[in-house]
Design a protein around this ligand. Structure first.
Ligand SMILES: Cc1cc2nc3c(=O)[nH]c(=O)nc-3n(C[C@H](O)[C@H](O)[C@H](O)COP(=O)(O)OP(=O)(O)OC[C@H]3O[C@@H](n4cnc5c(N)ncnc54)[C@H](O)[C@@H]3O)c2cc1C
Length: 431
């Protein structure tokens, strides 16, 4: 059992004998789970606040398993969901009383070095893809964390440190094998089922079950990246300078900015640049990254060349699974004075050492495709702000949780006039 699995993970919704019989007739024993440690492992998600009990988990190993699961759910009128990396904050991998297609055993990654693409299983993690590509001098466009499902990320658009140079993760989807709602299997790409291919690139997870995906790779196994932390008292000056730097940054430079509790627990401004161009240029003493360590007097500055897999592992270590969590997202055009002021105030009220506020930069190749060329809903330079509340301990009545919730509400109310709801389709459930 995962360390964060809840102790009473038995199904509250009994599975009907007829559904059980149909699944058992098509899927090997041991892969149809209604209770026990393997069931508990499958329903334990990144966000431990998700407390949803499906009636049955189908641990899929093949496309045929997925087809059998889809048909069984349809035949018996049971809600269906798909579990990849389990990192959706709202827990959409599970539905109460539903049938879960658990893809965590479908994690193969095959790299075609010459044609620079990977064929990945529907449950492959971002770190699986990056590690396999890295071994042959390539990488994939992913988010910041390795434990996020590669397909789940891609279906929602997929922002991350390489998007300025290579576009969103979904812009790097070359094709997919998909099981549709009637259980049939299709292969889609720009020339085959183009409507489906359009929808998969940023439209979210409801168009079918992706059993494998072809992902474009790039010859950037190493980047120059790091983290600079400034005391929050310097935030006004640091953020004002950053607004200009982000506005003019080249495609190779993507910078995440935000507020985090520092090593002493006090809030800090953090600046996390990634340079995906020439290493010597990015790592130069007078280069674009070192300048980011000179915006004030940092309490910490670590910048240097790093394998992509190591950057993902560092984020995974910061955001381990099993904490309770809640998130809101908003879109802003820039780190304007008013946005910076509202967020600075919010950061000073952090009640949990795990919470964070993060601006993600959308620019360059991520915003050049014409709006409408894929399902992703915003193709203009912008920043997506995440208000992330994470806390440890059970229960909605946890004191830290309550404080954090009211802080999020106050913050969102305070900046309504300068923001828009995020266009990320995965965030449509944001409250
Ligand atoms: C710590 C953390 C860091 C994150 N960082 C980033 C980031 O840097 N960039 C970014 O863009 N997002 C990021 N996300 C958000 C993440 O990309 C989305 O929540 C994504 O949907 C997670 O996919 P998953 O497979 O891990 O999640 P799951 O919870 O397993 O799946 C979520 C939903 O995705 C769909 N899905 C997943 N796999 C398939 C499949 N094979 N076929 C069909 N549908 C599928 C289903 O609808 C499923 O319900 C982060 C989330 C967390 C918790």
């Amino acid at each position: 059992m995962q360390p964060h699995a809840r102790p009473h993970a038995d199904a509250r919704h009994p599975v009907s004998a007829a559904l059980r019989a149909e699944l058992r007739s098509r899927i090997p024993a041991g892969r149809v789970l209604t209770h026990g440690p393997e069931y508990a492992k499958a329903v334990a998600l990144f966000n431990a606040a998700v407390d949803v009990r499906p009636s049955v988990v189908v641990r899929c190993a093949t496309t045929a398993d997925v087809q059998a699961g889809v048909r069984a759910a349809r035949n018996h009128g049971v809600p269906l969901s798909v579990r990849g990396g389990g990192h959706d904050f709202w827990g959409r991998a599970l539905r109460p009383g539903g049938l879960v297609l658990d893809l965590t055993d479908m994690r193969t990654v095959q790299v075609d070095v010459g044609r620079r693409f990977a064929t990945v299983g529907g449950g492959a993690l971002s770190s699986d893809v990056v590690s396999a590509a890295e071994r042959v001098g390539l990488t994939a466009v992913t988010g910041t964390a390795g434990a996020v499902g590669m397909v789940g990320l891609t279906l929602g658009g997929g922002y991350g440190p390489l998007i300025g140079q290579f576009g969103l993760a979904s812009d790097n989807l070359l094709g997919a094998e998909v099981v549709l709602a009637d259980g049939s299997r299709v292969n889609t790409d720009a020339d085959h089922h183009p409507d489906l291919f359009w929808a998969l690139r940023g439209g979210g997870g409801n168009f079918g079950v992706v059993t494998s995906a072809r992902i474009r790779l790039h010859p950037v196994p190493t980047v120059v990246s790091g983290t600079v932390l400034y005391p929050i008292v310097q935030s006004a000056d640091v953020l004002a300078d950053l607004a200009g730097i982000l506005h003019d940054s080249p495609d190779e430079l993507t910078v995440d900015v935000g507020f985090l509790p520092g090593p002493d627990g006090k809030p800090t401004v953090y600046v996390a640049p990634t340079w995906s161009g020439d290493i010597e240029v990015g790592d130069a003493e007078n280069g674009p990254l070192r300048a980011l360590a000179g915006l004030g007097t940092p309490v910490m500055a670590e910048i240097g060349p790093l394998a992509r897999s190591a950057t993902l592992a560092a984020t995974d270590a910061m955001f381990p699974p099993g904490r309770m969590g809640a998130i809101r997202t908003r879109t802003v055009r820039s780190i304007s004075g008013s946005v910076a002021t509202v967020l600075d105030r919010a950061a000073r009220e952090f009640t949990s050492p795990f919470s964070a506020i993060v601006w993600h930069q959308f620019h360059g190749a991520a915003v050049r495709p014409p709006l409408g060329s894929t399902a992703f809903g915003r193709r203009e330079p912008h920043l997506m702000v995440e208000l992330i509340s994470l806390w440890e301990g059970e229960g909605e009545d946890n004191a830290g949780a309550g404080d954090d919730r009211s802080r999020r509400s106050r913050t969102c109310a305070g900046w309504k006039s300068c923001t828009r709801r995020s266009s990320r389709s995965r965030c449509r459930g944001a409250t």
